[in-house]
Structure formats: C-alpha cells, structure tokens
Design a protein around this ligand. Structure first.
Ligand code: XMP
Length: 529
C-alpha cells in the first residue's frame, strides 16, 4: 500500500484515484498521522499539496519518522516545499508572483541515476498544471534539479542517492500531461508496488476488517435509502456478519413513486437482508405542517429521522436480549463515500465545514441505543462513486439500482417550494415519474448525474378546454456533475423537453406550467432548497 498524507489540498483525493487507476492500492490519511500508529507499513509515501505556507507558524508538518523508513517519498507542491524546508528552513520562500495554471516544464536529463527515475521515459518538455505562490529558493543539500519552468527553477528535485523526490506541479490533475505516468514511475518503478489491486481484494479486506471490528457478538444497525451507497454497504455487512445486521428504511412519505416497494424487494427479497420498514409518513407530515422555511424543513426532517432510528435501535436492543446468539447493538452503519469524507479527513480534523446534508441531520452523533452512543462503521469510506458502482455490480446488485441518480434524505420535501402536504408530494411524484421515464425511454438517463421534478407552489394561469385554470408550476432540473460540488445543466434536445412538458401538464392535475432550470452550480445548487 502506498500512503498518501493529506495536507489539505482540494485535489489530494485525486492522487488516490490516479494510483488506483493504475491498480496500485493507496490509502490517504491526514498528515498528522503517526507512522507508529499504523498497523501496516507503507511501501512509499506521497505528501500532497496544501493551502498553507511551510514557514507559517502552526503550518502542518509530517512525522519525521517517515525519513527513517528508507522508503520512497514523493512531495507534491506543498509536500515538495515541506521536504526542502525540513532539510533547511532557508530553502523555501514566498515567490514574487503566483504561478497558477498550465505551463511548460523542462525536464532535465540527469542520466540513469536515482534522480532520473521519476521522469524516466519522458521527453524534454511537458505541459503541466501548477498552482503555487511559495517556491524553493535553494536546492536542498544532496538534491539535484530534475525539472524547471520559466518561473520556477526547482520545479522538480530529487535526492542524488535516496529515493526522495519533490515536484511543484500537480500530476493528479488532468491538465498535467502524463501526470499518471509520473505517479506510475513513482509507485510502480520506484516503490515497486505491484499493480494488482482490484475491487475483489477490497471485498475480502473489508469483510475481514468488519468482522474484526464488530466481533462475534455485537449487532449493527444501518439506515438504507434505496440508493446505491447504502445498498452496497448493507450487502457487505450482511456478507460479513449475517443476521446480526439490521437494515432500517424509514418511509418518510417523501420518497418517489413506488420507491419504498422497490427498496423492500431489492433488500429483503433479492439480497436477503434483515429489513425493517418504519412507517413515518404521518409523523413527518404532521411535523412539517405549516413550515415553509427550507432550513427549518431540513432540521425537522433530520430530527424526525433520529427520533425514529433511536426508537428502532432500542427495540432491536430489547429483542436482542432474548436472542442468545446476538449481543448488544453497538454499531451504526453508514454508506459514506470517500467524497463525503474529504473535508473531515483533511488534517484540519473533522471540521465544521463538512456538509450537514451528507447524513440525515446529525446521525449518528446523537444516536444512542439506550445506554451507549452507537459507534460508526463506514465500510465504503475509501471508495469513490464509480468504485462503489463497480462493487455493487460485483455483489450482484441490479444495474438499475447501481446507476440510479442520488436522492436526498429529506426527499421531495426540499423539492416543494412552500408547505409540504401529501397532495403536493403526490403531484411531484407523478411529474417526476413522467420526467424520469421519458429520460430513460430516450436512453439518456446515464448521461446525466441527477434529474428530478420539483414544485413551485405559486400559481400560474393556464387555458384548458375553454376556460382559464390556475395551477402550480413544475420545475424540471437535470444536471451533469463529476463530484456534485459543481454542476452544469443538462442540454436536452428541445423537442424532447417540449414533449416532457406537454405530458406533465396533460397528465398531472394541479400543474399548469412547466419550466426547465438552466442554472449552473455555482451559483445555484443542485436541489432547490
Ligand atoms: P446541492 O443541492 O447541495 O446537492 O447542490 C448536492 C448533492 O447532495 C444532495 N443533497 C442531499 N443529500 N441529504 C442528502 O442525503 C440532503 O439533505 C441533501 N441535500 C442535497 C443533492 O441531491 C445532490 O446530489
């Protein structure tokens, strides 16, 4: 395993992705990690970029023990400056100008020595992506220059004899030509990583880890939503600990058409998972009555989820007392993915900036099973969405579910601009069903990342038959996105969009107009509330 130490760069996780695309297994940990705390020894270490300046007080640094291991080290951007700075603090200073964007890198021919190995097989110049203000002002002792740019004399450095390398450019960013080849040279040629990592290894490894963590007796509960992440996590849990895992689906009354039924079929009947469906519809609607403020809606929904889960955890705990083979409910499963964790993983620690909506309103911070706080188990935390999908397929989960667009925990409630009522939810369900069915019929569902219908509860006039009618406005939204942090509106063929609108107005009582939201994110968000 190659260890990536994260210093907080926006693109640190991409280093992992590139390494894994080479079938090299890598894990990322905060830069504050002490090597002595790991129960494995890395074969090489990558120090990521980061927003700080190495000479600032309190700037993140690294466990000096990494230099004693004798294993290869690659510093990228901040990581490169840190290497130089740790050798001698005179080595790094603020540059006169920020070097940001694409530039040409000159690779220096340092022969076949140790230092030449990082750019082995490369031509003399390379188009790369840089983003830095600070730079190296001196070459650290024992190092040679392996690359430079117009503005940066030491854009690439390498120790003459030890396998220590530093590059100012970002090989993980797609604008850097052959960036993956640089990482391949480091991981495969220099660290001697065997490129044999596959999802299959992940399953085995994770099942062993879960069994060890949970032990022979404890029970685990987890919320499932019907989305690919929670389904894959549940399937893995079932494989690891069998019936000691209990999946809970809260029917909020805010889910899409037939969704609850589909989740039931998939989990209970197809995957054989212990599934309890908690009917919370009435409770959600009663608590949401009269509420129009979006954040208040979200809070109410989050709280209600927690209340219902807590009740279930206690019930399962009580039942367990009568079952000799199952112990206490100690763990709470979440299908958190790597992307959800990026902020909390960074060296800043579990920061306040993590999006509150990545779990349903604070779960499991407040989740108790009667006596103790439930511990969190997140078997997918090292995976990216496409990896979870591949994994889901491997576990035999149906393709429709594997490729399903994400659906937010608060459901249709945050897709109704105004008060949430059962009648309005029904309207959105029907419109959404028409929209998504027509997208699927057109064969373009997989081309977009997320699509849905929402409701503006203001009234607009329409003409139906010979009379004026007033109805609500249906808002259609469809976006493409890589990471859901930014998104672009999907470009529908206009005729298809018109056909969709016509069907919705004709078939859904209560809607007189349909509009398509063309806002990018930013400045918009994907959901309306
Ligand atoms: P935004 O609206 O923030 O959405 O651009 C980004 C992604 O997150 C989903 N989303 C949520 N998911 N609970 C969730 O589980 C929520 O409260 C929530 N709000 C937004 C949204 O559907 C999109 O995929």
């Amino acid at each position: 395993t190659v260890l990536v130490l994260d210093f907080g760069s926006q693109t640190s996780h991409l280093i992992l992705r590139r390494l894994r695309s080479l079938n090299v297994y890598a894990e990322m940990l905060p830069c504050t990690t002490k090597l002595a705390d790991l129960d494995w020894t890395p074969i090489g270490i990558v120090l990521s970029g980061g927003p700080s300046s190495v000479y600032d007080e309190g700037a993140p640094s690294v466990d000096p023990a990494i230099f004693d291991l004798g294993i290869p080290i690659l510093g990228i951007c901040y990581g490169c400056q840190l290497l130089a700075y740790l050798i001698n603090d005179k080595n790094v200073a603020r540059g006169e100008a920020r070097e940001y964007g694409e530039t040409d890198l000159t690779i220096h021919n340092v022969g076949s020595s140790n230092a030449g190995r990082l750019f082995e097989g490369f031509d003399d110049t390379l188009h790369v992506f840089m983003s830095h203000f600070d730079k190296l002002v001196h070459l650290p002792e024992g190092f040679v220059t392996i690359a430079s740019t117009k503005n940066t004399a030491y854009a690439g450095i390498a120790h003459e004899s030890k396998p220590i390398f530093g590059i100012q450019l970002h090989p993980e960013i797609s604008h850097t030509n052959r960036g993956t080849d640089i990482l391949a040279n480091f991981a495969i040629k220099i660290c001697k990583a065997r490129p044999n990592w596959e999802m299959g290894n992940f399953t085995e490894k994770e099942i062993i880890r879960i069994r060890k963590l949970v032990g022979d007796n404890a029970q685990v509960i987890g919320a499932v939503s019907g989305g690919v992440d929670s389904t894959v996590a549940a399937r893995l849990m079932k494989e690891a600990i069998g019936d000691r895992f209990h999946a809970i689906l809260v029917d909020t009354g805010l889910m899409r058409l037939d969704e609850c039924q589909q989740v039931k079929e998939t989990l209970r009947e197809h995957l054989g998972i212990n599934l309890t469906i908690v009917d919370g519809g009435e409770l959600f609607f009663s608590r949401l009555a009269g509420v129009v403020e979006p954040e208040t809606k979200r809070k109410i929904i989050g709280e209600t989820f927690i209340d219902l889960f807590e009740k279930e955890a206690i019930r399962i705990e009580e039942e367990a007392k009568e079952t000799p083979r199952a112990g206490k409910v100690e763990w709470f499963l979440q299908g958190t993915l790597y992307a959800d964790l990026i902020e909390s993983l960074s060296f800043k620690g579990p920061s306040a900036t993590i999006k509150s909506h990545h779990n349903v309103g604070g779960l499991p911070a407040r989740m108790m099973n009667g006596q103790a706080q439930l511990k969190l188990i997140e078997p997918l935390r090292e995976l990216f969405k496409d990896e979870v999908r591949a994994f889901g397929r491997q576990l035999g989960i149906h393709e429709d579910l594997v490729m399903r667009h994400p659906f937010p925990g608060p459901g249709i409630a945050i897709r109704i601009l105004g008060e949430v009522t059962p009648e309005r939810v029904e309207i959105v369900r029907k419109a959404d069903h028409i929209f998504i069915s027509m997208i699927k019929e057109a064969g373009i569902y997989d081309q977009m990342s997320q699509a849905y219908a929402a409701l503006d509860t203001n009234r607009a006039v329409g003409v139906m038959g010979d009379s004026r009618v007033y109805g609500m406005i249906c808002i259609l939204r469809a976006v493409t996105s890589v990471d859901f942090m930014s998104a672009e509106p999907f470009e529908f063929p206009f005729q298809l969009l018109k056909n969709i609108c016509r069907r919705i107005v004709n078939e859904v009582d209560g809607i007189t107009r349909v509009v398509y939201d063309c806002t990018s994110k930013p400045p918009g968000t994907i959901e309306l509330e």
